[in-house]
Design a protein around this ligand. Structure first.
Ligand code: ST9
Ligand code: ZN
Ligand code: ZN
Length: 333
């Protein structure tokens, strides 16, 4: 364990050959960055986003009252839309494109990009750029959803104000050539608005209406708005709740935590102390598929030959890390 360092690079190198090619991904915490001294720049509200987010949540609440009048097929379709859009974020924007924790074939990348547009969480390029600065400058001014600014800011407040200038400054220095070289990522970015209108709103609404005669109102508010708002909040809970509540078995010096409730709703993304300690692990958890549908999905894709080279951290390295920096360790950290 002597070879490990606070910077997670050592863990990465010990995994050997398979890791070498992904070591350019800048998702490793950089403890050399310090926030600028002096007063913080003023908070600049973006009223358009505040209004749209409010409307979305009011629409979702109305959708909730329509759930009893939705047909069983429509409810099943809502679950399908939830899963596809969630996978577009977890298996797509997050584990594949932000962290390069496995390799995906062209058809799988197309599926994940479609799911990602259905999730309407900014295009893959922007999402991955923001996510890499989130890991590299976690919980500082350069972290887009800096959780030290409180639950609300980390959850949704960060989408309602202009970014801290350090996010942009540090983000511009990130290595993003892998994203620019991915034709699927750049195609989705070019056609993002249109793809969101079709996949996040039209498809969820028109399928139940056309195929089993659901009313357009129910079809718009339940698999459309309600599904979208719940999926957004499940995602945001990773940034808010999983940076505040839970255990820290792997690294007690950082705030991200193991939160099983968040893991459940975010189909595997709540084991956040593990994930910030080993960001390149495709399972984002020590425990594989447990509460982790996304890992099961990637396993299935590997089995079907549509994905390969999932990166995993060995038990020895995990245990050494638990001993050295975990909450349960007796050494002072
Ligand atoms: C949404 C995203 O909800 C959710 C992400 C969550 C992340 C979760 C991570 C947790 C782990 C994974 C868990 C997954 C779980 C999934 C579970 C599923 C069930 N680097 O942004 P702008 C530059 S979105 C470098 O406008 P402002 C750049 O040049 C919801 N450069 O800044 C950029 O231009 P361009 C729907 C950067 O003006 C320019 O600055 N969407 C970076 O301060 C302007 O950028 C919304 O609500 C960077 N990091 O505005 C829209 N950042 O892009 C929300 C910026 O052309 N967004 N630059 O290169 C906005 O309206 C604005 O971004 C803003 C800030 C108002 C928030
Ligand atoms: Zn985080
Ligand atoms: Zn991550």
């Amino acid at each position: 364990t002597e070879t490990e360092t606070r910077n997670h690079h050592a863990d990465k190198q010990q995994i050997g050959g398979a890791m070498a090619e992904t070591s350019s991904v800048e998702d490793v915490f950089d403890d050399t960055y310090t926030e600028k001294e002096g007063p913080k720049p003023p908070r600049m509200l973006v009223w358009r986003n505040i209004m749209l987010m409010t409307l979305l949540h009011l629409g979702a609440l109305y959708g909730l009252t329509l759930v009893p009048s939705a047909s069983v097929l429509t409810l099943a379709w809502t679950a399908v839309c939830y899963l596809i859009s969630a996978l577009g974020v977890t298996a797509g924007a997050h584990r594949l494109w932000s962290h390069r924790s496995y390799k995906a074939s062209f058809p799988l990348r197309v599926f994940l990009a479609l799911g990602n547009s259905m999730a309407f969480q900014n295009d893959i390029y922007e999402w991955a750029r923001d996510h890499r600065v989130h890991h590299k400058y976690s919980e500082t001014d350069a972290d887009p959803h800096n959780a030290t600014r409180g639950f609300f800011f980390a959850h949704v407040g960060w989408l309602m104000v202009r970014k801290h200038p350090d996010v942009v400054e540090k983000g511009k220095k990130l290595e993003l050539t892998d994203l620019k070289a991915d034709k699927v990522v750049m195609f989705q970015r070019r056609h993002y608005k249109m793809s969101v209108v079709i996949l996040c709103f039209f498809v969820p609404m028109l399928v139940p209406w056309y195929f089993w005669g659901e009313s357009l109102g129910v079809a718009y508010f339940v698999p459309g708005l309600l599904r979208y708002a719940v999926m957004l909040n499940a995602t945001w809970l990773v940034n808010s709740a999983a940076h505040i509540w839970g255990n820290r078995p792997y690294d007690k010096s950082i705030n991200p935590r193991e939160n099983p409730l968040v893991a459940f709703s975010a189909i595997g993304e709540g084991f956040h102390n593990y994930h910030h300690t080993f960001p390149f692990d495709y399972a984002t958890s020590e425990f594989g598929v447990k509460l982790n549908l996304t890992t099961a999905f990637i396993d299935l894709m590997c089995f079907m030959g549509l994905a390969k080279d999932p990166k995993r951290v060995s038990k020895e390295i995990i245990n050494a890390r638990i001993q050295r920096t975990g909450e349960g360790s007796n050494k002072s950290g």
